[in-house]
Design a binder for this molecule. Structure first.
Ligand SMILES: C[S@@+](CC[C@H](N)C(=O)[O-])C[C@H]1O[C@@H](n2cnc3c(N)ncnc32)[C@H](O)[C@@H]1O
Length: 270
């Protein structure tokens, strides 16, 4: 029998809340679906404090970070390749796109912040091209907020599969793990500076930004505080991409509330 695609098991897991990651070496761990469906933790909220809108949440899953940002009136869009995750995120009220981060995306070069949280620096199994791709989506002076493995943990690319409680396993796909120690050479190759690395609630995070010409890698540089330039209105193109995702409930309004737009004085890139 042909193994199911990861997206099929992921869709079931969002309903049944039980799914595992199987590694090539035979190891297995459970996927924290409940965490993805729960409100952000204190550590998440502290990372989100650094997010300047408009924010692109890469690999948003069911949308907890994009949603939390919207509730703070920070313009945010999630992007994910899993239709079921996008449906769930939209049902919860998050603004999302069904697409891969490597697809053409609206607002390239205009996002002030990109999130790569909860292991998403591993998307695609090649962190340097991923970081380079995400950098290319950022506005000048934009930042990436990413989550890392603790110091001393492995930095490696691996093949993984999703597996349900009955042992039904998906096709294998590439993923990467990047520890705090593994980040600097990758950031340098992706032409990113590490602004800061911090621990929060036993999790590790970094803030990265585009390296300026002629400047080497720096650690623990203070975060910039200059306000970002205004960006164009929430676009028809983004709405069109969002509309292409299958829906399980009526679509939510995609334009930011007038109050939100007025308060943030900023909207989403086209
Ligand atoms: C570890 S989960 C993170 C979920 C979410 N960020 C959270 O913390 O609640 C990784 C997510 O990345 C998505 N993903 C995998 N490859 C992707 C790609 N190429 N582009 C966009 N999303 C991708 C998966 O579908 C999945 O929802």
């Amino acid at each position: 029998m042909t193994p199911p695609r990861p997206a099929e098991l992921y869709a079931r897991a969002l309903e049944e809340r039980s799914i595992f990651v199987r590694r090539e070496d035979g190891g297995r761990r459970s996927v924290p679906i409940d965490t993805w469906l729960a409100p952000p933790t204190a550590a998440d909220r502290r990372v989100l404090d650094r997010a300047v809108g408009p924010v692109l949440d890469v690999g948003c899953g069911p949308g907890r970070h994009a949603l939390a940002l919207a509730r703070r009136e920070v313009a945010a869009v999630g992007v994910d390749i899993a239709p079921a995750a996008i449906r769930r995120a939209r049902d919860r009220g998050a603004r999302v796109l069904l697409a891969s981060v490597f697809d053409p995306l609206p607002g390239a070069g205009q996002w002030q912040t990109a999130l790569l949280l909860d292991g998403n620096i591993g998307i695609g199994g090649r962190p340097v091209p991923l970081l380079g791709r995400v950098r290319s989506l950022l506005a000048p002076g934009g930042r990436i907020l990413c989550e890392l493995g603790r110091p001393g943990s492995a930095t490696r690319c691996e093949l993984i599969a999703l597996e349900d409680a009955e042992g039904v396993r998906s096709t294998w796909f590439a993923w990467a793990r990047v520890s705090v120690d593994g980040l600097p050479p990758m950031a340098e190759r992706a032409r990113l500076e590490i602004d800061e690395i911090w621990e929060s609630g036993s999790r590790w995070f970094a803030q990265l930004s585009s390296a300026s010409e002629g400047r080497g890698l720096t650690l623990n540089r203070r975060c910039r505080t200059a306000p970002p330039p205004p960006v164009p209105e929430w676009p028809a193109t983004t709405a069109a991409v969002a509309a292409s995702a299958p829906r399980s409930s009526p679509p939510r309004p995609r334009r930011p509330a007038a109050r939100t737009a007025a308060r943030s004085a900023r909207s989403l890139p086209s």
